[in-house]
Design a protein around this ligand. Structure first.
Ligand code: HEC
Length: 181
């Protein structure tokens, strides 16, 4: 065998090894190594994932509304509340639209706007609109008041909800005191 032929064979071998190496790398990227334990591969599928353990970093969801309100920017809330304005008015004395007027909402009895016909579900709810109630209701109206006629999916972002509530609080004769974090 000539030196030339040996070189050719060595070259081909090298190329084959390189190709195989690249292919393995790519396949490892695309198909994770089956030996990696399941736990490391698992990606929480939804919000219903198990609650994080105590020493996990705080997710926005786990920050109490009092703390989120303390950090909230009412000006941002006013912008966020544009999506509510399709159905709600916010100033004193304004009429109901698809939904009731929301002036003075914080601490107001639930379903208390005189010129609005609430759903039986909302009327039966009882109590007043606390910060906690508002936070939970705005996160998922249909989940919090099953049967509500408020056709709105909710505001998923906990910080955005807090901003809306911080702005709503100011739409009142005397804004309700902020909760102590
Ligand atoms: C598609 C229309 C629509 C949108 C958008 C909407 N709402 Fe409503 N909302 C309603 C209706 C209708 C009701 C009455 C629900 C019932 O009687 O069950 C209501 C009720 C409420 C109530 C209860 C009021 C009371 O007097 O007890 C609150 C609080 C509220 N909405 C806040 C909001 C906020 C904040 C937003 C925006 C983030 C929003 N809504 C977006 C239609 C809407």
């Amino acid at each position: 065998m000539s030196l030339f032929e040996i070189n050719k064979i060595a070259g081909a071998l090298l190329a084959a090894m390189l190709t195989a190496g690249i292919a393995t790398t790519i396949s490892n990227l695309v198909y994770p190594d089956p030996h990696v334990p399941e736990v490391l591969l698992a990606v929480p599928a939804s919000d219903d994932a198990p609650a994080p353990s105590a020493d996990a970093p705080a997710t926005p969801e786990s920050v109490p509304i009092a703390d989120r309100l303390a950090a909230a920017d009412p000006a941002k809330g006013e912008r966020e509340a544009k999506k509510c304005a399709a159905c709600h008015t916010f100033a004193s004395g304004e009429p109901a639209r698809v939904g009731p007027n929301l002036y003075g909402l914080v601490d107001r009895p639930i379903a208390a706007s005189d010129d609005f016909r609430y759903s039986p579900a909302m009327t039966a709810q009882g109590g007043t609109w606390t910060y906690d109630d508002l936070d939970a209701f705005l996160a998922g109206p249909k989940a919090y008041v099953p049967g509500t006629s408020m056709a709105f999916a909710g505001v998923r972002d906990p910080a955005a909800r807090a901003a809306i509530i911080a702005w709503l609080r100011l739409q009142a004769d005397a804004p309700a005191p902020l909760p102590t974090p």
